[in-house]
Design a protein around this ligand. Sequence first.
Ligand code: NAX
Length: 326
Amino acid sequence: MKAPVRVAVTGAAGQIGYALLFRIASGEMLGKDQPVILQLLDLPQAQAAVKGVMMELEDCAFPLLAGMVASDDPNVAFKDADYAILVGARPRSKGMERKDLLEANGAIFTVQGKALNDHASRNVKVLVVGNPANTNAYIAMKSAPDLPAKNFTAMLRLDHNRALSQLAAKTGKAVADIENMAVWGNHSPTMYADYRFATIGGESVKQMINDDVWNSDVFLPTVGKRGAAIIEARGLSSAASAANAAIDHIHDWALGTNGKWVTMGIPSDGSYGIPEGVMFGFPVTCANGEYTIVQGLEIDEFSRGRINVTLNELEEERAGVAHLLG
Ligand code: NAX
């Protein structure tokens, strides 16, 4: 058996936490041969609920669960963490302006970034789920100057998976057979889900669908507003599908994609004209614990327009938190 790895999860008492922790402990994220120690962070007032989740985790008697720690202190929860999934964030309350939301989350993610900087493994892989995910990941990255910037990522995988399932429904094909799907930009309704390169059994999905109006008027709004549609239907925001996307993201980053494209929010290296450092959704492949941006894709006029919209939104968010980063 391998030595256990430490997985820190914030917002552990929340609804995504509840859908996430049991799957991590059962080995779905890092493999059925990889023991894990869970290090759970939540606010002081949520500690009783965290204890309850830990009791349930115990009651599953997961063979791979090698230990658990609960804390309200990021310096404790991130100690020696090999993975950190940052789910807890300040939700937008009634009447709260976007600026206030950025500010409140800025306060959380500067502290957590610094705690990762000071206490986590130097190879820690960080995934930010809590919204606004890209900008929160950017803040954490900037607050952790001693860790490699590439270790910080934001979750675009839910958008990617949502796009795959819309394409499967439209073409009548199996979701598993769709290759080369990409999502660009911010995890927000401005994200650009791009199926121009997607194939099913070697055939072009764009040619199969052959309907640009469906792309712009049905597909993109459906994927972009899916989160709102779930809230409308369920009365609560996406939780199990968000947890599933987090599992997929870390699984693929750690264990590789065998050449398959997935989407990750990562600090740009300047590819495709996205300014360096912007936390942006790109199509990537993963191998040996590293991700690589898929290069050489043609960006047509429609795509450039969409990419610019989502980039502008991220640049505005980045400007909105600049004063927090010194
Ligand atoms: P919940 O409100 O159910 O749970 C959030 C938990 O985080 C609570 O237990 C709360 O006490 C805790 N928390 C708040 N501030 C904290 C802090 N500073 N340190 C540690 N814990 C803290 O929300 P849930 O439905 O689980 O959603 C969590 C986050 O995921 C939200 O920001 C939400 O917007 C975001 N999402 C992101 C998605 C993505 O694709 N990137 C999709 C799903 C989801 O909307």
